[in-house]
Design a protein around this ligand. Structure first.
Ligand SMILES: [Zn+2]
Length: 393
């Protein structure tokens, strides 16, 4: 068995709305090049993604929607139809062959899942995935097909395993949550910037799930300007307690890197410290509960030069036991990309100490996030109390 695999081929770069759209898969290339220049990845670690079949897409998407996306990619979808399927918007424009490009991203996550579930790899990383806003019958927020939701349905059907989905993108993981809202064999946790001022506006603490799935959907909406310590406190507390409560067979993490201070689309204020700790805990918990079974996907991340390559390289470095890295980035990586970057690159693994002015409401924000976390976990804590009572502790 391989320790870890990295899913990649240039085909993943075909998922591109337009030249100036913020969702830019060049990030994959930048990240992989960084790992190569570090000698942290070998050619045999890299596995090409398969393409998802229609049958697989149907595990989570409506046939009419898949047909519409195919038509859109061939320039055959009317404007009215496009609107009803959530495409052709400013956020999620139509592009040529969008079905094939989107099915390729889903196939990457399915490849990752099959390697891990069949015991061919302990961990798998597919940075092309993580398109958490895709709904069953509607595109939204740069996302067409929801690779994680399809992959979780595939895990359920083919392997019958209980899945814990943990989403640390700055935006609420609404599409994945919706797919499993009434399902008690899939638990979703999303930690994100509050929807008060940020897309998609959902992800309140009281979105617990429904029917059979009640108590299997968790949300921690953090205040704008949240920094490392507070983000990590919420993440660590919630992840640990929910893992103990749910006892998953496999963990799927969505690793959007848009909660960073530099991210142009959001208002959180984390640094590279957060992106070092996020995969570290996921790794630990996967070994504690799931015999190591951990699949990680990408997601948002719109500062593709200064933030995403370092943040995403750290996931691979964590998976492969190389995460103690610090100091300078490889000089040849900086030299290769600095001309292309519109902003000066950061040449260290750590962010500069005074990257931003101190945040005046810091304590208030921390206190508020703490209360939100407590309330979000109320249900978990009640259950745990009852279990303890029953067992006579
Ligand atoms: Zn995001």
């Amino acid at each position: 068995m391989k320790n870890s695999i990295f899913i990649y081929s240039d085909k993943l770069l075909t998922y591109r709305f337009s030249e100036h759209h913020p969702f830019n898969q060049q990030r994959l290339l930048l990240t992989l090049d960084l790992l190569k220049k570090l000698n942290a990845i070998a050619p045999e670690d890299i596995i090409p993604p398969r393409i998802a079949t229609d049958e697989e897409l149907l595990l989570n998407h409506e046939r009419s929607y898949i047909e519409a996306i195919k038509k859109a990619g061939n320039g055959m979808l009317s404007a009215d139809e496009a609107e009803s399927f959530g495409v052709g918007t400013e956020d999620t424009p139509i592009f040529k062959n969008m079905h094939e490009a989107s099915a390729q991203l889903v196939g990457g996550t399915l490849t990752a899942v099959d390697y891990v579930m069949q015991g061919k790899a302990e961990h798998a990383l597919h940075l092309g995935g993580g398109l958490h806003h895709g709904f069953r019958g509607k595109a939204s927020g740069f996302c067409i097909y929801n690779d994680s939701a399809v992959a979780i349905q595939h895990i359920r059907q083919k392997y019958g395993a209980k899945v814990l989905y943990v989403d640390t993108d700055a935006h609420h993981g609404d599409g994945v949550q919706a797919s499993f809202y009434d399902d008690d064999s899939v638990c979703t946790l999303s930690i994100h910037e509050t929807g008060r001022y940020l897309f998609p506006g959902t992800g309140n603490i009281n979105e617990w799930g429904q029917g059979q799935g009640y108590g299997y959907s968790f949300n921690i909406p953090l205040d704008a300007f949240t920094e490392d310590d507070s983000f990590l406190e919420a993440y660590t507390t919630a992840f640990k307690e929910i893992a103990e409560y749910f006892r998953p067979d496999v963990i799927l993490t969505q690793n959007g890197a848009d909660a960073h201070y530099f991210d142009p689309l959001t208002h959180l204020s984390t640094t590279m410290n957060t992106y070092r700790m996020i995969p570290k805990l996921a790794h630990e918990i996967a070994h504690q509960y799931c015999g190591g079974k951990w699949i990680a996907v990408g997601g948002g991340g719109y500062d593709i030069w200064r933030v995403v390559p370092r943040a995403w390289a750290l996931i691979w470095l964590e998976m492969t036991g190389q995460s103690t890295i610090s100091g300078s980035l490889p000089k040849n990586w900086i030299e290769k990309w600095e001309e292309k970057s519109p902003v000066p690159l950061i040449d260290q693994w750590e962010d500069p100490a005074n990257m931003y002015e101190p945040i005046p409401r810091r304590q208030e924000i921390e206190e508020k996030n703490r209360q939100i976390t407590e309330r979000a976990l109320y249900f978990v804590r009640q259950q745990q109390k009852q279990i303890k009572k029953k067992n006579g502790h």
